[in-house]
Design a protein around this ligand. Structure first.
Ligand code: GLN
Length: 279
């Protein structure tokens, strides 16, 4: 962090704000305040230049058509790419996970080029995965930092496949997570059968060369690549997962974990309630 005020970006909320994920920035600002840091939430609209020097970047979920505006924008404005090259922490949720990838194909079969910041591609699952999503740190990344189960709410039609450079954030213990192309959520091998599923339709199950839908046969959630953490967890997910919030904050302020954020009343109860909701 180069100034005394932590600057937390919310990128393109007009198109990536459908699912309330801008709440992640509010959570970061609140936890920063409890730590004694001033912060500012910087809304970067679709017509603003993307600043390269924010301390943390957040991008949320959106609808298939709306998210193409975000991908086009990220291909013409390389502000976020420069920030990533400089190691700035980025949290990308759902549509943003897809948009930061190499390409994605939406429910109508239309393929759109992504920003190319994540080695992932997204294809239709053929049905929407809607419901609670729980995972545990995959053990490939961040297993010391994220010791508690990750909990969120998923709502997506896309299945995101990981390439060599992208490691899974979590292994799914409930719900669908990144999913598999053409496999109705809940029916895929290794994917929990209890997840909420909307009526499906036939789409290709083909997995493009160089990409994987599972890791060691296990269903995966999200990905980690460099300073980017991407996930299908809405919630907003940082309200439900303080360890993830503190990981981003620690990286932004150059501190080591655990951060001395005082206990927030009700937060553990919220987590227990959400984790119990799947039983
Ligand atoms: N439009 C994307 C999909 O359905 C992302 C949805 C979202 O951001 N919740 O897969």
């Amino acid at each position: 962090m180069n100034e005394s005020t932590l600057r937390i970006g919310v990128l393109m909320p007009e198109v990536l704000g459908t699912y309330g994920d801008s709440g992640n920035a509010v959570v970061l600002a609140h936890r920063a305040k409890l730590l004694g840091y001033q912060s500012e939430i910087v809304h970067v609209s679709c017509t603003d230049a993307i600043p390269q020097t924010l301390d943390i970047y957040t991008l949320g979920g959106g609808e298939d058509i709306a998210q193409t505006i975000a991908s086009r924008r990220l291909l013409t404005d390389r502000g976020l790419e420069h920030a990533v090259q400089n190691g700035k922490p980025v949290l990308a949720i759902c549509a943003a996970f897809q948009v930061l990838g190499t390409w994605y194909t939406d429910a109508e079969g239309k393929r759109t080029e992504g920003a190319g910041l994540l080695d992932v591609v997204t294809l239709p699952q053929g049905a929407r995965a809607i419901g609670e999503l729980v995972s545990s740190a995959s053990g490939l990344q961040l297993e010391r930092e994220l010791t508690e189960p990750l909990t969120g709410f998923e709502n997506h039609g896309g299945a995101t496949l990981l390439g060599r450079d992208a490691l899974p954030l979590g292994f799914v213990t409930y719900g669908v997570g990144n999913g598999q192309p053409g496999v109705a959520p809940g029916l895929a091998e290794g994917v929990s059968a209890q997840a909420g599923v909307q009526q499906g339709r036939e789409v290709s199950r083909e997995i493009p060369d160089g990409y994987r839908a599972t890791e060691d046969g296990k269903a995966v959630e999200g990905c980690v690549q460099g300073s980017i953490i991407a996930t299908y967890m809405h919630g907003p997910c940082l309200a439900r997962n303080p360890q993830l919030a503190d990981l981003l904050l620690a990286r932004a302020i150059g501190a080591t974990l655990p951060l001395a954020v005082p206990e927030i009343p009700g937060l553990q109860r919220l987590r227990q309630e959400r984790l119990a909701a799947i039983k």
